[in-house]
Design a protein around this ligand. Structure first.
Ligand SMILES: C[S@@+](CC[C@H](N)C(=O)[O-])C[C@H]1O[C@@H](n2cnc3c(N)ncnc32)[C@H](O)[C@@H]1O
Ligand code: SF4
Length: 385
């Protein structure tokens, strides 16, 4: 029996000052003047109106403004989005509301205004504090500006913030990777995301890879050393790339990884929704290009695709998310989220346990350190036959 899980709202804001050469997000350099903020906000609310019948009566537990560079948007635009959303949907009183911020766009007064607009969590795209590497990455800020942006947010009263770091960067040594993590810890964030740089297809880095990218062994050493530094400083790893102080995990991302539901509004945004009455799980995504989406938002033409996740595919999709988590999952959660009986995965679970990838802790299925290293292989076991 499918039971509707917590609901989140993802809002995609697609523009950036400059496109970074490693980035394959749906982000677009805006050339000439300022992006059409007002028209975009109107379009977001029309987009939300169109999706509302899928979530009647449900409450929103978290909102995430992702990008692109959401911090390009002025606070009054963010406020209008939040006011419009809360007029259409019930927000829980403790709802986590995160805004992604590029340190190169931080300026005095901005963070106060974002707080007044209702944002209560900031996620900074720091990447590294090393100035030469920031240049190679095409970033618009240096290390000092990154630290200064965090100080501005803290002064404005934000006590809940994340720093995004990347490792295995061009020319990076183990000591440099450790130094980045230590500098991040000094800024006392509640959360750190630590991503291995990947060369994504259709990016400048994939076409012309920069020299000096650490090999797999060095990348693995970096991840292990940084994980230890973070643990010593009180940041527990709870997902492949996510570390948090106690009680400060990202509620929004946790909901994704626990196979929760989310509405996705804005250019290219994806949503996943449990439809209790139909006993179905729907995925819906929007037109990807901002211009195409803006021209059609709120109409069926803005929908890039709409599909149901077939029951046979649900175990794989569930594992793709849940096995990223250190906590793993319970069979009861699997049943509630997929609508399938636990029997549907017993044989495959047994194979993974025999391989030393998963182990059982009471009613929990938890990835072992080996399983965490080979997540893709474990997840592949659950592909439909
Ligand atoms: C949408 S971006 C975040 C916010 C903002 N656009 C910025 O870059 O400052 C999300 C994060 O994904 C990570 N990321 C992007 N491309 C990546 C890649 N190719 N490999 C690893 N991490 C990547 C970066 O740490 C980035 O901060
Ligand atoms: S600023 Fe962020 S979203 Fe924009 S191109 Fe760079 S990494 Fe991608």
């Amino acid at each position: 029996m499918l039971i509707p899980p917590p609901l989140s709202l993802y809002v995609h804001l697609p523009w950036c000052v400059r496109k970074c050469p490693y980035c394959d997000f749906n982000s677009h350099e805006f050339r000439g003047g300022t992006p059409p903020f007002d028209a975009y906000v109107d379009a977001l609310l029309a987009d939300l109106d169109q999706d509302l019948p899928l979530v009647w009566g449900r409450s929103v537990h978290s909102v995430f403004f992702g990008g692109g560079t959401p911090s390009l948007f002025p606070a009054d635009a963010i406020e209008r989005i939040l006011q419009g959303a809360s007029a259409r949907l019930r927000f829980t009183p403790e709802a986590e509301i995160t805004l992604e911020t590029n340190p190169g766009t931080a300026e005095h007064g901005r963070f106060e205004d974002y707080r007044r607009a209702g944002v209560n969590r900031i996620s900074f795209g720091i990447q590294t504090f090393d100035d030469a590497t920031l240049k190679t990455l095409g970033r618009i800020h240096d290390g000092a500006q990154a630290s200064a942006a965090v100080a501005l947010a803290r002064d404005a009263g934000f006590d809940n913030f994340n720093l995004d770091l990347m490792y295995a960067l061009p020319g990076q040594t183990l000591a440099m990777a450790e130094d980045d993590v230590m500098r991040a810890i000094e800024l006392a964030p509640t959360h750190i995301s630590h991503y291995q740089l990947t060369l994504e297809p259709n990016t400048v880095f994939a076409a012309r890879p920069p020299g000096g990218i650490p090999d797999d062994d060095l990348a693995w050493d970096m991840q292990e050393r940084c994980q230890a530094l973070l643990a010593d400083a009180g940041y527990a790893q709870y997902e492949v790339s996510a570390y948090a102080r106690a009680g400060r995990q990202c509620a929004h991302n946790l909901n994704y990884w626990r196979f929760g539901d989310y509405l996705g509004i804005g250019a290219g945004a994806h949503g996943k929704l449990t439809l209790g009455s139909e006993q179905a799980i729907a995925r819906r995504w929007k037109q990807k290009h901002p211009t195409a989406w803006l021209a059609t938002a709120g109409t069926p033409a803005s929908i890039g695709g709409d599909e149901r996740i077939a029951p046979e595919r649900r175990p794989f999709e569930y594992m793709l998310n849940a096995l990223r988590l250190a906590e793993g999952f319970t069979l009861a959660a699997f049943e509630a989220r997929t609508g399938l009986p636990g029997d549907a995965i017993h044989a495959r679970l047994a194979v993974a346990v025999d391989a030393g990838w998963l182990h059982l802790e009471g009613d929990r299925v938890v990835p072992t350190p080996l399983g965490q290293r080979f997540t893709n292989d474990v997840v592949a076991l659950f592909l439909e036959d």
